[in-house]
Design a binder for this molecule. Structure first.
Ligand code: ZN
Ligand code: ZN
Length: 301
């Protein structure tokens, strides 16, 4: 899995920086997570082909997370997109987008499939042989979800030399890496464990968008390889965090520690702070393996 941070800031515009948005490559599917104003420029800045995006996921209906959506949907038609686009978003965002399309008589050159989210409980919103996506209901001033991405069925590694030596036909290599026994050219059964070894671990990534400190999510995100958690304020401004339904760096650190995650990335910083190292210092008092999100940052999961 590869993650690229497209935007790392909170709601107020800051010169040269964008609001929260990320692009995740999971098993060769490209998923855009949140879609703020200016997203098309940021995709251009990082030379990401618009057509690569298969899914768009929207956490909640605050503008810094979806004001770029209608622009991108419209641009896809100008680019004559043909492949289906899946949009997962709160019901209210679906209503707004549908109204914008209708009012402007927008012609779509592709199928836009909208999957409306309205459950207060975690649900599986996508499942394939390769990975699953679950919602992580959060606590914000309006309905808000995080998303958990979980890889599945990572294949075993084939010992090619041994497979050739054992006279196994190439067409069976895939079966072996999927953990199935096969017959070689001499009619002998080959145990997949003989010619393959354990493959890559199935990795997991949890994106926790705007939320108050909400320990109910800990069970859902337990032991993920990477957790993104918003960290809009420092602990000294915790009253502001409470009032605006956001988290402090300390809140994010407590969630990461208690969920025993491997690594934490923090973002959605309020524009009032100039020195973001203060966020890292605050987290490190509780949880060590932390990094700041910044626009353009690449993370291998
Ligand atoms: Zn926000
Ligand atoms: Zn918000």
């Amino acid at each position: 899995m590869k993650l690229k941070i497209l935007g790392s800031q909170g709601a107020l515009p800051k010169r040269g920086m964008y609001s929260t948005s990320q692009i995740l490559n999971i098993k060769n599917k490209y998923i855009l997570i949140d879609c703020p104003e200016g997203i098309q420029f940021q995709l251009k800045n990082f030379k990401i082909k618009f057509s690569k995006i298969d899914f768009i996921l929207i956490s909640h209906a605050h503008g810094d997370h979806y004001f770029g959506l209608i622009g991108l949907i419209s641009t896809y038609s100008l680019l004559r997109r043909k492949n289906k686009l899946k949009l997962f978003c709160p019901r209210v965002v679906s209503e707004i987008i549908n109204a914008q399309i209708k009012i402007s008589s927008m012609f779509l050159s592709y199928e836009l499939e909208i999957i409306e989210l309205n459950s207060e409980k975690s649900e599986t919103i996508y499942e394939s042989n390769d990975f699953s996506i679950f919602t992580i209901p959060l606590r914000h001033s309006i309905y808000s979800n995080g998303f958990l991405f979980q890889e599945k069925n990572n294949k075993r590694k084939l010992n090619l030399d041994l497979a050739q030596k054992l006279n196994i036909n190439k067409v069976y290599y895939n079966k072996l890496t999927q953990g199935e026994n096969v017959f070689n050219e001499n009619g002998e059964e080959i145990d997949y464990r003989e010619v393959t070894s354990k493959g890559l671990k199935n990795k997991s990534y949890a994106f926790c968008s705007d939320t108050r400190y909400f320990p109910n999510i800990i069970k859902k995100i337990s032991k993920v390889d990477l957790l993104y958690h918003e960290s809009t304020f420092l602990e000294k401004d915790k009253e502001k965090a409470k009032l605006t339904w956001h988290s402090t760096a300390k809140d994010a650190a407590k969630i990461a520690r208690d969920a025993k995650v491997d690594k934490l990335i923090i973002g959605h910083f309020s524009s009032r702070y100039e020195n973001l190292d203060l966020f890292v210092n605050e987290v490190k008092q509780i949880f060590q393996n932390v990094e700041l999100a910044f626009d353009g940052k690449d993370i291998d999961i």
